[in-house]
Write a protein that binds this ligand. Structure first.
Ligand code: FAD
Length: 493
């Protein structure tokens, strides 16, 4: 008889694990709390408008190729590279700065404020690229059984990278670039890790390398949710069952193994192995009642910033927006240092805007545009009350209208706002933290909640808050790492 596996959660990590397990011969069932698959990689549909709910681009796309190849399928997802990568509107400047992947074009774009930019970026990216390639295999794509094993693998990383560990991302960009604007632009990738560049270690300048030189940024033809739809199609072909509206809230165990998990209606779900795609830290606390993960202890861990997201369908075309856009204020450090631990909504918010309809015609009615706004805000540990959500949304929309010269309010056809409370309650994101546990040095590698349970020999974890970390390519790598664990422990089926 086939061995059975239950995957708790249908985020990209859960779906990728289910695909890999089904290819290995497991009978897989996915239990999902929400009404749709995808987790944060989800979709929102309103009156002819279709929005990607969270992620709007992907890097390291070769991880997708690897996922499909490992299960004997050609990657069915069509990707399109972004160049220019994005544009950045600075407060008080009418014209945005265009961020080109091509360094010659980038140099010209900033010639008035940063002489020799192409040469500076080349040096900066070469350094970040060396770090990326010296660590990708040894640290990012490895399972660790102990802190000692992790420390040993770090000793195989060339010593020249050591200073990266003790500097912040901001000090690294300060050293390499002279203008405030260029420094800010190169430090924005820290927000992709859900933190500010003033906290993020300099090692993550490797993200600049991945965006600008290595593999670049890609969007998915048909919208990001196409990835989920394709995975669902393949899982169906392999008889993987997905049960929606099913939240796991308890468990039963027997002789050091998990025998079943229990849903909100008290129904028991049994299998040979279990893989939790729910947050690896909070699942251990809230469902397994582990002492190392009580609310008090979880609250003391470092969590990434929470998302405040707005989805607006408008009549007309907003010419001054492109696929990816950043809108920044004038006091970057002051803003970053205070806003994210405050209980008050930002008055002059910094935000990101994505317009899928710039490249996809079927996601909005003809002559309309769909605008997705993401504003990083404090999580529910700091700001519990989001009854001021309309005020913050209006603040952002007014600012965006002024800076693009397009009256969003009077052209709005549909609108939806999601606060950290919504993200937390819909997908069980701990206190609304958007990207899960942060990536401080003491929360990565062997210091991150492990992908194998400490107590039960048939319980595993996949996704953003276990190894290696957050982001779409990382959770695909996470699914590969967890399969290695399962095969080590339980052999092949
Ligand atoms: C606003 C936003 C924008 C982002 N943009 C990007 C981007 O552009 N590029 C990028 O690479 N990454 C981006 N990310 C990060 C990326 O979305 C995540 O890292 C990734 O999708 C996480 O996938 P996952 O598999 O770990 O888990 P999730 O997507 O969180 O999925 C977990 C699933 O488990 C379910 N679940 C939880 N608890 C239970 C339970 N007890 N019982 C049953 N089901 C449960 C949840 O409902 C959910 O469906 C973004 C994230 C956010 C929030």
């Amino acid at each position: 008889m086939k061995k059975s596996a239950i995957v708790i959660g249908s985020g990209l990590g859960g779906l990728s694990t289910a695909l890999r397990l089904s290819a290995k011969g497991y009978k897989v069932t996915i239990l999902e709390k929400y009404t749709k698959a995808g987790g944060r990689l989800n979709t929102i549909e309103m009156d002819g408008f279709r929005f990607d709910m969270g992620p709007s681009f992907m890097s390291m796309t070769y991880e997708l190729d690897e996922l499909f190849k490992s299960t004997g399928i050609k990657n069915p997802i069509q990707l399109e590279e972004l160049d220019p990568l994005y544009q950045v509107y600075f407060e008080g400047q009418d014209k945005p700065r265009i961020i080109w992947k091509d360094l010659e074009k980038l140099g010209k774009e900033f010639a008035d404020i940063e002489p020799d930019l192409a040469a500076k970026v080349d040096k900066y990216l070469t350094r970040a690229g060396e770090f990326f390639h010296d660590t990708e295999g040894k640290v990012v794509k490895s399972n660790f059984n102990s802190k000692l094993g992790y420390a040993l693998s770090l000793t195989r990383v060339p010593m020249k990278h050591l200073p990266y560990l003790f500097k912040t991302m901001w000090s690294e960009v300060e050293k390499n670039f002279s203008s405030e604007e260029v420094r800010i632009i190169f430090s924005l990738v820290a927000f992709f890790l859900g933190a500010t560049p003033f906290q993020t270690p300099a090692i993550y300048s490797l993200l600049n390398y991945t965006e600008m030189r290595h593999n670049g940024y890609w969007k998915v033809k048909g919208g990001m949710y196409k990835m989920v739809e394709e995975l669902l199609r393949l899982l169906k072909e392999r008889d993987v069952e997905i049960v929606y509206g099913t939240e796991i809230v308890g468990f039963n165990n027997n002789n050091g193994s998990l025998s079943s998990v229990v849903d909100q209606n008290g129904k028991l779900w049994s299998a040979d192995i279990f893989i939790s795609n729910a947050d690896a830290a909070s699942f251990r606390g809230e469902v397994l009642n582990r002492k190392a993960y009580t609310e008090e202890k979880l609250d003391k861990m470092h969590w990434t910033l929470a998302p405040f997201t707005i989805y607006i369908g408008v009549k007309g075309k907003v010419d001054n927006l492109m696929h990816h856009n950043y809108f920044l204020g004038s006091n970057f450090k002051g803003y970053a240092d205070t806003i994210f631990t405050s209980s008050i909504s930002p008055q002059k918010p910094y935000y990101y805007v994505n317009v899928l309809s710039k490249s996809e015609t079927d996601c909005a009615p003809e002559g309309h545009e769909n605008i997705f706004i993401l504003c990083p805000v404090p999580d529910l540990r700091y700001k519990k009350d989001w009854s001021d959500k309309e005020e913050l949304a209006n603040n952002i929309i007014d600012d965006l209208s002024k800076r693009t010269g397009f009256d969003i309010n009077s052209n709005t056809v549909v609108k939806k706002i999601l606060t950290p409370e919504d993200w937390a309650s819909t997908l069980n994101l701990y206190k609304g933290s958007g990207l899960g546990l942060a990536h401080d040095i003491d929360q990565v590698g062997a210091f991150r909640p492990k992908n194998k349970d400490e107590k039960f020999n048939n319980l595993y974890y996949v996704g953003a808050s276990t190894t290696p970390g957050t982001g779409l390519p990382m959770v695909i790598i996470s699914s590969k790492l967890v399969l290695q664990r399962i095969e080590e422990d339980h052999g092949t089926v």
